[in-house]
Ligand binder design. Structure first.
Ligand SMILES: [Zn+2]
Length: 205
């Protein structure tokens, strides 16, 4: 088992509950055989802190059917070498449950940067963590990017997160979270502790 990346999924206001979304690569070796099979999975690990952090729940996504017809933008994204997309997010694209506007934006951004996608819909907490508000991920209208040009966003001084945030706004995204609120109060930009390690790019309206 290999952890590709553990990304923040949410942190409660009192900082005592958290979600960490982890993309895993799993390799299985069949008993007595040299054959290996590999797959990848995105899990949502919930933690609670008392004296130290403890895992309270692990949410494993269920498999879903592919759409009868995979949307063209999804095909383009799935074929592209300009993106790395984990399995759960690939299935989201193939299932036709991602908003075409978001897919078009990803196509556009990927012309300029290599995008390390962490999560689209499946594997993300369904509400904005610690609130009753439905996340735009759940509506298929948000993507989290953990690496840009193969540099993790957490490497704040090297990753081109500022340029990507500005480009996303230029392409119409109106909910853009990252390490810094580059626009000051009000939309489209925001920041908080959770968005120090990834960009959240979404269409709220
Ligand atoms: Zn997000």
């Amino acid at each position: 088992m290999e952890v590709v990346y553990p990304q923040y999924g949410g942190l409660s206001r009192d900082r005592r509950q958290a979600s960490v979304m982890i993309v895993l690569n799993l390799v299985a070796i069949a008993n007595g055989s040299s054959t290996t099979t590999s797959t990848s999975m995105t899990i949502d690990v919930r933690l609670r802190r008392r004296d130290s952090w403890r895992v309270t729940e692990v949410i494993i996504p269920k498999d879903r059917q592919r759409a009868a017809k995979v949307p063209d933008e999804a095909k383009q994204l799935l074929r592209s070498r300009q993106l790395s997309i984990p399995r759960e997010a690939r299935l989201d694209l193939a299932s036709g449950r991602i908003d075409p506007k978001l897919m078009e934006l990803m196509v556009e951004l990927s012309q300029r940067w290599h995008l390390g996608v962490h999560v689209l819909r499946t594997g993300h907490p369904s509400n904005v963590f610690g609130t009753e508000r439905t996340s735009n991920h759940t509506k298929g209208r948000a993507v989290d990017l953990w690496a840009l040009d193969r540099i993790p966003v957490i490497a704040h001084d090297r990753a081109p997160w500022r340029d990507v945030m500005e480009a996303a706004a230029g392409l119409g995204a109106d909910e853009i979270g990252g390490p810094v609120d580059i626009g000051g109060p009000g939309p489209p930009y925001f920041t908080n502790d959770v968005h120090q390690d990834h960009l959240h790019v979404a269409f709220e309206n």
